[in-house]
Design a protein around this ligand. Sequence first.
Ligand SMILES: *[C@@H]1O[C@H](CO)[C@@H](O)[C@H](O)[C@H]1NC(C)=O
Ligand SMILES: *[C@@H]1O[C@H](CO)[C@@H](O)[C@H](O)[C@H]1NC(C)=O
Length: 417
Amino acid sequence: MFLPICAALAALATAAHASLGTSDKSCRLPAPSDVDGSLGFNYTDDCAPSTGTLSSYMIYVDFPDAKANDTTESLYDVFFPDAIDWFETASYGKLQLEVDTALEGGFARMPQAADSYHFQRGMSGWDLVTYVQDAIDAHFDQVGMIPVVDVLYIVATRRATSITYSPSLGYPFTDPSGSLLTNKIAAFGFDSYDYYGSKVLNHETGHALCLPDLYPLAGGETGEYVGTWDMMGTIVGPSPDFFAWSKYRLGWIGEDEVDCVEDYGTTRHELIPVSSDKAGVKAVIIRHSDTKVLVAEARSDTGVDENACRSRVLVYSVDTKVQTGQGGIIVYDGNPKTGSPLCVGQGDVKSDAALSLEDGEQEIYVEDFGVKVKIIESDGPGFQIEVRKGEEAVEEDEDDESAATRLSILFSGSLFR
Ligand SMILES: *[C@@H]1O[C@H](CO)[C@@H](O)[C@H](O)[C@H]1NC(C)=O
Ligand SMILES: *[C@@H]1O[C@H](CO)[C@@H](O)[C@H](O)[C@H]1NC(C)=O
């Protein structure tokens, strides 16, 4: 295996980074400036580059009370090359994660006992800053350099079981002389070896790209908002590909791969799966307001979604005003009655949320948006769908008593402009 070794004394500045999105197309909702982890376009928080090369450096640490008895190679192998391949596939080759490391430098010994870093869920940002700065300083003592990178990875020996989990942080870390090393870090602990494997690095690096958490940060069911349909929600789910909305923001899906529906009425669209590397429409985005859209996309068992059980159509909302970990994306459950996964063993109540022609529901009416999404036909991985927005979404449901009420709610206020 190719193990890149740090060669230069300092990679000079990181490349000038484009912020997320550069046009004002009407479905590209802008990020409000006061929302932490907004899902809008042009969100700025020293985001690492999401196309081209994403540079990283990995350092390994152990502790006076948990001296490593594993090897740096074995820790590197937990993450690579799988995490690199994941980004390569998910981005259709648009993002190359480049990893530099100094395996032969061994473990840098941290100045404090592993227990003393309070390294468990809920730890403060300052405890994490202390940990990372100690790791940087210890690595400098041992190896003498760290290159300037987009994201710095700190990996603890498996023996340090009190480094329980794997958080990330945006913070301007400097070398001992005070010059900037990186704005983004991720620190990997016991859950990487015990449970998540390489994909935890993809999730934490997603944060470096300024993607927010899509699971409830405050606690509760991991799949409450998005089930197992995105790496930023459930790391080891069967369909971990990023939502098309996120790929659109990252620049992995282009303008011609998105249908933007602004007007009321009925439209038809041909969807190819989000994980497909072919050209085609990967998302139908239905604009609702300056801060909300509804999205329909197809998901299949290809690319990084290879463990998904079949091709289906997923419908979800995006709200740019919602902070990270509070439900900025909500998947609508197209099969609420089943309450259990159609795909056996897929483990989350929303795993069966998507629509298909083969079983379950073939259409969904999303009341909050006044939109109906219906599958017309499927050619295997792809779908033709119909989108009804506004009055035409509900007129089909003639026998539905509440339709009239819904309509009056829908068309009151400023919706008709
Ligand atoms: C994003 O930024 C670019 C460049 O400043 C600007 O042209 C564009 O209108 C912005 N888009 C949004 C959605 O704010
Ligand atoms: C490292 O030490 C732990 C006990 O602290 C032990 O369980 C583990 O098997 C050891 N690993 C190796 C590779 O020797």
